[in-house]
Design a binder for this molecule. Structure first.
Ligand code: PAF
Length: 284
């Protein structure tokens, strides 16, 4: 496996792979790789001949008071895991490499899809994501790009971008990977104290209970979100940002009664750490 840091080097690797007729899988990450990322790289390895993993803590998707500086940076360990899972190239650029001029070229998906849920408290977040992912798509020219369902809103926004901008690639979405105790894997879990980690288990517990409610026939979204909110509020260390349901695809307003496929998404702070989790509610 090769570690490259520049756009020129990555372009060379990609050109060589293309010249050999290899298909390319891209796994965009911000590093601090865990089993969730490992599952994305493994899927990319299975479905493509050549796998590029990007490791870049993208400054433009962090708000002014967010954790850009604190975000874990573990490139050496990331390279080891990427290699083990079958990556051919790790691309770890500097911010200057990705944003060479004053960063005033943006790719932005507008409308409610980027304004609801995380978009409400993180107004510039998705513009940063779509801009950097566009750059990565243009550099790696992947046949397939891999993202985790844990970032369900990001997935919906990127699907819209890929469709609207006619990107010639398939977006592959992999299931949420959880710790044995149920906590969804996230690079930010390392911020949690032991007590906060235990408290945060309420997220997967309450989502599981909501799914059971849905499977038992409940189709009133307000009743389901009220039950999840009440469960989470019983946990004194929790501070809810949102507990909401939107219709899939596209995060449209949910119908009453619920029909089709719907996303129940939560964002909750434990101490200073904001965690997200979700479950899709749909008929089997
Ligand atoms: O999901 C992430 O880790 C990031 O948002 C992504 C897609 C790598 C863009 O920086």
């Amino acid at each position: 496996m090769k570690l490259v840091h520049t756009v020129v080097e990555l372009r060379e690797e990609v050109a060589q792979a293309k010249a050999q007729g290899l298909t390319i899988g891209l796994v965009p990450t911000m590093g601090a790789l865990h089993e969730g990322h490992a599952s994305l790289i493994a899927a990319a390895n299975k479905e493509n001949d050549f796998v590029v993993v990007s490791v870049f803590v993208n400054p433009t998707q962090f708000g002014p008071n967010e954790d850009l500086d604190a975000y874990p940076r573990t490139l050496e360990a990331d390279c080891k895991l990427a290699e083990k899972m079958g990556a051919n190239v790790v691309f770890a650029p500097s911010p200057k490499e990705m944003y060479p001029s004053s960063d005033d070229t943006w790719v932005e998906v507008t409308g409610d899809i980027t304004k609801v849920l995380c978009g409400r408290t993180r107004p510039i977040h998705f513009r940063g994501v779509t801009t950097v992912v566009t750059k990565l798509f243009n550099l790696a020219q992947p046949d397939r790009a891999y993202f985790g369902q844990k970032d369900a809103q990001q997935v919906e926004v990127l699907k819209r971008m890929v469709k609207d901008l006619f990107f010639p690639l398939t977006l592959r979405v992999m299931p949420i990977i959880r710790e044995a105790d149920g906590l969804a894997k996230s690079s930010r879990n390392t911020y949690l104290s032991a007590e906060e980690h235990t408290a945060a288990l309420v997220l997967s517990r309450s989502l599981k209970a909501a799914k059971a409610m849905y499977e038992a026939g409940e189709r009133d979204a307000a009743k389901i979100t009220a039950a999840v909110t009440a469960d989470i509020e019983k946990e004194p260390m929790s501070n809810i940002d949102y507990v909401e349901i939107y219709a899939l695809p596209g995060l449209e307003p949910v119908a009453t009664p619920m029909v089709g496929s719907n996303l129940l998404a939560v964002a909750v702070k434990f101490g200073t750490t904001r965690l997200i989790d979700n479950v899709v509610l749909e008929e089997k």
